[in-house]
Design a protein around this ligand. Sequence first.
Ligand code: CMP
Length: 199
Amino acid sequence: FVSRQFQQGDMIFLQGDPGQALYLIETGRVRIYVQEDSGQETSVIYYTTGDIFGEMSVIDGLPRSASAVALDGTVVLMLGRDRLRGHLRTMPQLAYNFMQALSVRVRYSTLQVGSRTLLDVPARLARKLVELAQLHGQVAADGVRLNVTLTQSELASLIGATRESINKALGHLKREGVIRLDQNQITILDPDALRELSS
Ligand code: CMP
């Protein structure tokens, strides 16, 4: 691996770039997003410490499927295409783990497609919060704290909604005692109610 450091807001790569390496996040946060022809950005997913991204181009040889931007000061470890391919050839378990990880990502995309077209904003938000709790939840005295801070605009971009509609939906969840909000830090106080709302 080769280590590289990015400042908050730095582009790591752009959609359409050739993909020469995959990235493992040592510390920090990365937003993956796609840009429509109209210029509008939609977030695909947020990655954080321990996550891998940029693997798709390295495996299939096609251009980057999305752009990656550092959300905080971020340190990544980069592994070049030839090295990865060499390791995948000699270590079947690594290849299998990769297939598992890719399969999880396809499932994630399938869920996104379903929820974007079928569910309204409050249900999509509830589903996203349940998903974030599974990925980044930490048990606290009164519930599950999401160990990832997202602004309302970031949350909106993740579920394909406007910031205003997210603000309204978060306010509703707060009034109902389902979540607590401290700045952009969300604690889920009533996971059952949230799960109920997400279907
Ligand atoms: P790559 O196509 O090389 O560059 C963009 C990266 O974003 C991609 O590899 C994946 O690591 C990540 N990415 C793109 N689409 C998805 C998705 N649907 N789910 C999870 N990660 C994705």
